[in-house]
Design a protein around this ligand. Structure first.
Ligand code: GUN
Ligand code: ZN
Length: 432
């Protein structure tokens, strides 16, 4: 065993899901620690006990900073890095006006590699150590992303976005090409080190029933792969799907009919759902990625976290970069808080933190590897300075307890709060 390292700071662990069970399942240790060796977490607990049990460990003392699992982003589009914060459109016009032109450029693998590198550096600067992202229809864009993620030692999931209708020339494939090229990517990358390939039909409006069925058949052959797509983000989109699919009971039914519903499915957004769809998502063991900065930025609507999580659906947070307006999971937590407030629900800081770590891991079915400070889990960590700006520090100075000290960073924090990032037990040299 390589020399163990003992990281000291405040730590937060969860005995359950605080979104459903409440904040009492969270356990805070003001003087805590984590022992890391050979890329994994070996022990977690009070600092004094860990010092006694691991006298030979090299100590890294982070003082009052919070040592957390690295953030996990359950839904993103790395090719949209360059069009983040594009003004004035809603979903369908935004896709046609900004997204599709930007994605066309990923036919060039050198462009894809450059954007992937920039994007991953931004993620690490923001403390995100795992992402599940769409690429574009070009297989080289998935190759480029996974190569860059692998170079950084990251656990990452990426998928070739399939679209064979209602997309511009140059961004349309066929059912066969989507199947065969995704199949080839699975062969090249899935399960290689910490990398995975997601079967990724963009959404029902841009995939013919034939293409959805081809990808459903591929998923049946590779059930260990995640399957990611979009569901019921905006009312116009839902109405369009109903016109395209008069035979379907609802939007989710289009996916189910093609074999694209089950454990391992991750549906982005899922805002405008029927009661049947909610129940079916839970029953099928599917996951939902809540993308709150995107939902307010594109004017999509107010996600019902309490209803879905309370109904048994696995929910994690996603940035949805670049429909989402940030690379930061702190900013994403803040937006989730604001959207819940607009629904009359106040999300506890424990619930927000969980959704960006253990909850997102659970949504990706990776909870036994990442997302919590549990012995045996991979040592992907973010160390958070809880007084990173004067505005935050003055508020924290008045805090009565740990949650009051954490919440200002959730609401006002950004990459300046990220003091250190560890990937598989190794500290990352901070980009920039
Ligand atoms: N629905 C289909 N494609 C997309 C996308 O790229 N971003 C968002 N926000 N919604 C989508
Ligand atoms: Zn998306």
């Amino acid at each position: 065993m390589a020399q163990a390292q003992l990281l000291l700071g405040q730590i937060l662990t969860f005995a359950g899901d605080p979104v459903v069970a409440g904040p009492a399942v969270a356990r805070h240790e003001a003087q805590g620690g984590i022992v890391v060796a050979d890329g994994v977490i070996v022990a977690v607990g009070p600092a004094a006990a860990l010092r006694a049990a691991h006298p030979a460990a090299r100590v890294v003392d982070y003082g009052q900073a919070l040592i957390s699992p690295g953030f996990i982003d359950a839904h993103a589009h790395y090719p949209q890095t360059g069009i983040i914060a594009s003004w004035g459109k809603r979903l369908i016009d935004w896709l046609n006006g900004y997204t599709f032109p930007a994605e066309t450029a990923f036919a060039d693998p050198a462009h894809a590699a450059a954007v992937a590198a920039l994007y991953l550096d931004l993620l690490l600067a923001n403390g995100t150590t795992t992402v599940c992202t769409f690429a574009t229809i070009h297989p080289g864009a998935t190759d480029a992303f996974l190569a860059e993620a692998g170079r950084r030692g990251l656990r990452a999931i990426c998928g070739r976005t399939a679209m064979d209708r209602n997309a511009p020339e140059g961004l349309r494939d066929t059912a066969r090409a989507a199947h065969d090229e995704t199949r080839a990517l699975i062969g090249r990358w899935h399960g290689r080190g910490r990398l995975g390939v997601a079967i990724s039909p963009r959404f029902a409006p841009t995939s013919s029933p034939e293409q959805l069925r081809a990808l459903g058949a591929l998923w049946a052959a590779f059930p260990d792969c995640p399957m990611q797509t979009h569901l019921s983000e905006q009312p116009d989109e839902v109405a369009w799907v109903a016109r395209l699919h008069p035979e379907a009971r609802d939007y989710l039914d289009v996916y189910e009919a093609a074999g694209l519903l089950g454990p391992g499915a991750i549906f982005g957004h899922a805002i405008h759902l029927t009661a049947r769809e909610r129940a079916r998502l839970a029953e099928a063991g599917a996951s939902v990625a809540h993308c709150p900065t995107s939902n307010s930025f594109l004017g999509s609507g107010l996600f019902d976290l309490a209803g879905l999580a309370g109904g048994g659906v696995r929910v994690g947070l996603g940035s949805d970069t670049g429909g989402g307006s940030s690379f930061s999971m702190l900013r994403t937590m803040a937006a989730a808080y604001e959207i819940a407030q607009l629904r009359g629900q106040a999300l506890h800081p424990a619930a927000l933190w969980w959704l960006a770590t253990a909850g997102a891991a659970r949504a990706l079915r990776l909870e036994h590897r990442i997302g919590s400070l549990a012995p045996g889990n991979e040592a992907d960590l973010v160390v958070i300075d809880l007084a990173s700006t004067p505005a935050i520090a003055q508020r924290v100075a008045r805090a009565g307890d740990f949650w009051e000290a954490l919440f200002p960073t959730i609401m006002m924090g950004d990459d300046r709060a990220v003091r250190a990032v560890w990937v598989a037990g190794v500290p990352v040299a901070r980009p920039g």
